[in-house]
Design a binder for this molecule. Structure first.
Ligand code: PMP
Length: 432
């Protein structure tokens, strides 16, 4: 490693004394072990003073870039007046709810929580209550959070595709067994699963674009097919738009695809890095939550609707409404994808550049992957080594194989030029 990381290494040793693995989320424990202390726009800085162009974007929330001045100022302004009330509601909550219902096609009503995992948990519980059924369908490769219902079959070992993963210690067998795993972009598989479990499936949950394995685009008719099958078999369709929502459009990917799910979960880019998430859907369904008198589906949370999250989400969405955020990130996304394709062609390296809007991924394989099974063809070793070499040159990508990169409103044409130059130099060297 060419980077000077003395301070990071020392601090990481200390972190290990007090925290298992020294990090506070499972997949943060990667080499080199970095300790960060500054974030600004498109850049993050470690304690040794190394600067990186950040494409990890903390797994996606930063649509405007780090430490956005406008969002921060709105949070501080509102916090000087209010924080959290355990009773009633606030003007900020009302204004934000209105804005979400205005933009997201499936949102007639909305409830706030603090993380994407909470949102998907509530969405599944609600579907079970509405349908009085227990099973759910999720897709191999999609991620929906850490809870027992869904924390399986994301980046599964190749011999565990569709089967029970390692890493499920402590989870209830019953929860795991009630989650059925299907193959993305395979409508026949989904239909068979519905047929074999007639009258038992409460909901199908899907990332409309599975960004947790990079960028697998739904094939033409796939999302419409899911909509049709769910309606036919009486199950609720849940779009987990925790990544796609707000990042690709203020109305989510559902607006772009023209498919309306029954329930939507949102988070991440909604508040440009501040902690807030949401669940939304038809009034008829949402009114089952016990926030409404007579509702029988439990929904609660001490910090729900905290002024930090609501202020940040309002400011982020208002900026997206008025500034050309999506135009900018889509244009730079196109530039990166075209640029990398061109580099791969020129160097004769086998690769498939995937992406949508601000998201891009380079798979080192020679065809477009349609699902997780196809991704076995990706050269993981090459990918990880590629990532490490980019890091040494100040380009920060997600640390694991198959992961996506995010562009924010703060990234500039010059950042993209530099990124493409480095990618070309690194790939040229790796080809030798
Ligand atoms: N759904 C999707 C699609 C996600 O990508 C994530 C987080 N990566 C979650 C749910 C869970 O969100 P959180 O980490 O905020 O609980």
């Amino acid at each position: 490693m060419n980077l000077k990381l003395d301070k990071s290494s020392k601090l990481y040793e200390e972190a290990n004394l007090y925290t298992p693995g020294g990090v506070h989320t499972s997949i943060r424990n990667v080499e080199p072990h970095l300790v960060f202390n500054r974030a600004e726009g498109a850049y993050i800085y470690d304690v040794d003073g190394n600067r990186y162009i950040d494409y990890q974007a903390a797994f996606g929330p930063f649509i405007l870039g780090h430490n956005n001045r406008y969002v921060n100022s709105k949070v501080i302004e509102n916090l000087s007046r209010e924080d959290l009330f355990g009773t009633g509601t606030t003007e900020l909550e009302i204004e934000l709810s209105k804005l979400i219902c205005k933009h997201v096609p499936s949102a007639e009503q909305v409830l706030f929580c603090n993380s994407g995992s909470e949102a998907t948990y509530h969405a599944i519980r609600l579907s079970r209550a509405i349908t009085e059924r227990t099973k759910i369908i999720k897709f191999q490769g999609c991620y929906h959070g850490w809870h027992d219902y869904v924390a399986r079959n994301m980046l599964s070992p190749w011999d565990k595709i569709g089967k029970r993963d390692p890493g499920s210690a402590g989870m209830l067998d019953e929860a795991i067994d009630n989650t059925l795993i299907c193959t993305f972009n395979d409508l026949e598989d989904v239909e068979q699963t519905f047929k074999q479990n007639q009258g038992q499936i409460a909901a199908l949950i899907v990332e409309p674009i599975p960004h947790n394995i990079g960028c697998i685009l739904p094939q033409s008719g796939f999302l419409a097919g899911l909509r049709k099958l769910c309606s036919e078999y009486g199950a609720l369709l849940i779009f987990d738009e925790v990544i796609t929502g707000f990042r690709h459009d203020l109305g989510g990917f559902q607006k772009i695809a023209g498919i309306t799910p029954d329930i939507t979960t949102m988070g991440k880019a909604m508040a440009n890095g501040f902690p807030i998430a949401a669940i939304a859907g038809k009034k008829e369904y949402m009114s089952r939550f016990n926030t409404q008198p007579g509702g029988d589906v439990w929904f609660a949370g001490t910090y729900n609707g905290h002024a930090v999250g609501t202020s940040a989400a309002l400011a982020t969405m208002q900026l997206m409404e008025t500034a050309p955020v999506h135009k900018h990130v889509f244009r730079l996304g196109d530039r990166v994808r075209v640029g990398i394709r061109d580099i791969l062609d020129r160097l004769g390296i086998e690769g498939y550049v995937a992406g949508f809007g601000s998201v891009w991924t380079t798979y080192f394989m020679n065809f477009e992957p349609k699902n997780y099974i196809d991704l076995q063809h990706n050269d993981a070793e090459f990918y990880v080594s590629f990532r490490k070499k980019l890091l040494e040159k100040g380009i920060f990508k997600l640390p694991m194989n198959l992961k996506r990169n995010h562009i924010s409103y703060s990234h500039t044409e010059a950042d993209i030029d530099y990124t493409l130059d480095v990618i070309e130099a690194v790939l040229r060297e790796m080809k030798k």
